[in-house]
Design a protein around this ligand. Structure first.
Ligand code: IVH
Length: 698
């Protein structure tokens, strides 16, 4: 059995090995203080063991960690007055109905009332109050004796140190971290250089166990029961006789938190149909709850029904857990994206094979920081356990190491800022672009100056960084008003480079509108969309004046994108104004503006605009390396050429393709074109066809 394994256990041998592994890990943690498994892996191992035991109850080993705090390594030295039992599970309405029938058979009458409540996903604890004062907090342990975790008193919301009445009793319930507490705990932990918790349950377990942390994180308690202690006095009979629902009301009345103040407050109903409706209600609310639930608990409400149904050694016969689908699933890690935030923080994000968790499809997960990737030893292609519940951003818990094939690849860390190319400050856990907030500025100016936009030779990221640092540019329009002296004052800018750069900027001022528009970096409008917009409207004025409806006339722009473009163009109006003032070209050569409303139909207008051009009505695809007159053209420039010559450019060959320009080393596109009988032209042949349009300065 390999460390970190946690997939389903295939057979008895795998189960036995898993139990042994868990035992070793738990013992190591509690004796030497160091676990052989991390929290996540240990937790998953125990869950795998529990899953196997559920399927094979006759094979459960004594050494099994399930139902024991610290996997039985510490059984706890505080005996429970009444055993802290677990719950049996059902997974469907049919199983639930069968279960209710068995309870009613056992008690010989219908169950008078049912309590339907959330199954809180945390850790069971017993809180002992004497004369209204919280004296001791004990974990469930092995059910008979638990561990004293009284050090946590004062850190748990909903578990007051003093009750509203001088009662002596034991209140039982669940300690968990709400989503908000979980996020806050992880923020504090990462600030202290500790690893973030993989999920709120781990967070609560780790926090309850930890004694000497230099920081405190908050948790929340939800009571789900109460019982008398030996010296409870008259409360003993009261608690023994009250229906469960009234015990909860009493507990809430003396100041202890219950689920009563949540959207999934316990409800009491009488029929199985009503129970089912309650289950459905709670299940539907699960994703919107500010805390995790892993099921619904249904309990016979009356004390008499509970007494007559009785309890087994593991679980009561009067209550059942109706389990909801897991919020943890295994999927594959396909890639890692490095995103740069507003402040320059470089955050890795996992790209996952999409997996359905809790009713939504998860395709991405946070990876916190590079150190976290290293610590978890994640590799591309790994099977990973992903956790997603409610509002919590999906996160990767750990790789499932035993599913490795050897084909997994290391995750590459960026060497320069992935947005602007500047250096990375890796001195802290969270990496940062050394430009901080200016990263965005550097990136947007570098993008505008790039080959497919304004194509300003000599203006690489390093130069842009210099210009931004010197305060000479606030946006890319400022490039056009740079003065010779300003450039000369920069490091490593001699006369020649200054003059070359000024000439390149001057040339950029007369690029066609499609390039200038693309340089604006309007979201959702890349090179080809920018060309379509520019050709359609022919001038920046008309683009800026276009409303949602007018923009939708452009091929490939739907209602939503049109609205987004209109919004962004409004924001960009000052920048566009600056560009105009600096004398930058704002028209598209060869394009004719759309007719006024009421004039010729759109299709006709486009046709008349292109008719007579050599590629009119044709869809052209380019593949392979260009030669001859086309040798120096980038793919973008080839596409521009096709469109100038009246055609449509496309990147894939289909039945609708009219012509494939196939250069050297053309591969699958050429084969496909041959199969489909699409006309194929060599670069030289194509160059002749569009010769008249080749010379246009771009
Ligand atoms: S009643 C004797 N009510 O689920 C009845 N348990 O899987 C035992 N749990 O050990 C518990 N929410 O830690 C009860 N509303 C709820 C619960 C709940 C969560 C936990 C509890 C229990 C475990 C069994």
């Amino acid at each position: 059995m390999t460390t970190n394994s946690a997939g389903p256990l295939a057979d008895t041998a795998a189960y036995a090995a898993a139990v042994e592994e868990a035992e070793r890990a738990a013992a190591a943690y509690y004796t030497a203080g160091e676990s052989t498994l991390d929290d996540d892996a240990y937790d998953r191992l125990v869950r795998a063991i529990a899953a196997y035991e559920e399927e094979h109850p006759q094979e459960v080993l004594d050494a099994s960690p399930t139902g024991k705090v610290a996997g039985g390594a510490v059984s706890g030295d505080v005996p429970h007055t009444v055993p802290m039992l677990s719950l049996d599970n059902v997974f469907s309405a049919e199983q639930f109905v069968t279960w209710t029938a068995s309870v009613e058979r056992r008690i010989g009458r219908p169950v008078a009332a049912w309590s339907v409540e959330p199954k809180l996903d945390g850790l069971a604890v017993a809180a002992r109050y004497r004369q209204g004062v919280l004296e001791q907090l004990i974990t469930r342990g092995d059910g008979t004796a638990g561990e004293d975790v009284s050090h946590a008193i004062g850190t748990v919301l909903g578990l007051p140190e003093r009750l509203g009445a001088p009662a002596t009793l034991e209140i039982r319930g669940e300690i968990l971290m709400t989503t908000e507490q979980f996020e806050a705990a992880n923020a504090v932990r990462t600030e202290h250089g500790a690893a973030p918790f993989a999920n709120p349950r781990n967070g609560a377990a780790g926090t309850l166990r930890a004694k000497d942390r230099p920081y405190r994180v908050e948790m929340t308690f939800f009571a789900y029961g109460a019982l008398a202690l030996p010296d409870s006095g008259e409360l003993t009979d009261t608690l023994a006789g009250l229906p469960h629902s009234e015990v909860l009301e009493y507990v809430a009345g003396i100041g202890v938190h219950t689920a009563a103040d949540t959207a999934v407050a316990p409800r009491t109903v009488t029929t199985v149909e009503e129970v089912q409706a309650g289950v459905e209600d709670i299940a539907a609310l699960r994703a919107s709850l500010p805390f995790g639930i892993d099921g619904i608990v249904i309990k016979a409400d009356l004390a008499a029904d509970q007494r007559d149904a009785g309890s087994g050694t593991r679980a009561p016969r009067w209550a059942i857990a109706y389990k909801l689908p897991a919020v943890e699933k295994v999927t594959r890690l396909l890639g890692v994206e490095w995103n740069v935030g507003r402040t320059g923080i470089i955050a890795p994000r996992a790209v996952l094979e999409p997996v359905e968790i809790d009713g939504s499809t998860v395709s991405y997960a946070t990876l916190h920081n590079p150190a976290d990737i290293t610590r978890r030893d994640l590799r591309l292609g790994d099977h990973v356990m992903v956790y997603k519940a409610g509002d919590i951003i999906p996160r990767i818990e750990a790789p499932v190491a035993h599913l490795r094939t050897g084909e997994e690849q290391p995750i590459e860390f960026p060497e320069a800022c992935p947005r602007c190319g500047s250096e990375i400050d890796a001195s802290e856990q969270r990496w940062r672009c050394t430009r901080g907030r200016d990263c965005r500025l550097v990136a947007s100016i570098s993008y505008a100056a790039g080959r497919d936009q304004l194509d300003i030779e000599g203006l690489g990221t390093t130069r842009v960084v210099q210009l931004v640092d010197a305060g000479l540019v606030q946006d890319f329009a400022d490039l056009f008003t740079l003065e010779r002296d300003q450039l000369l004052s920069l490091d490593r800018m001699g006369e020649t480079s200054t003059d070359n750069l000024l000439a390149a900027i001057g040339a950029a001022a007369s690029r066609p509108l499609s390039r200038v528009f693309c340089a604006l970096g309007v979201r959702g409008t890349g090179r080809s969309m920018s060309r379509r917009i520019a050709r359609h409207f022919a001038s920046m004025d008309r683009i800026a004046a276009a409303d949602v409806e007018a923009l939708q006339q452009v091929d490939g722009i739907g209602k939503e994108k049109a609205a987004a473009v209109v919004r962004e163009l409004q924001e960009l109006a000052p920048l566009i104004g600056k560009l105009v003032a600096a004398g930058v070209n704002m028209t598209e050569p060869g394009a004719t503006p759309p007719p006024e409303p009421g004039a010729a139909q759109e299709g006709e207008a486009e046709e008349s605009a292109t008719s007579g051009l050599p590629l009119a009505g044709m869809t052209v695809v380019v593949t392979g390396a260009m030669t001859g007159a086309l040798e120096k053209l980038s793919r973008n420039e080839m596409n521009e050429l096709i469109e100038r010559a009246g055609g449509k450019s496309s990147s894939s060959v289909s039945k609708r393709t009219s012509l494939l320009v196939a250069g050297e080393k053309a591969g699958s596109k050429r084969t496909k074109a041959e199969d489909l009988g699409v006309r194929i032209a060599a670069p030289e042949e194509f160059a002749e066809l569009v010769q008249a349009h080749l010379a246009v300065e771009v």
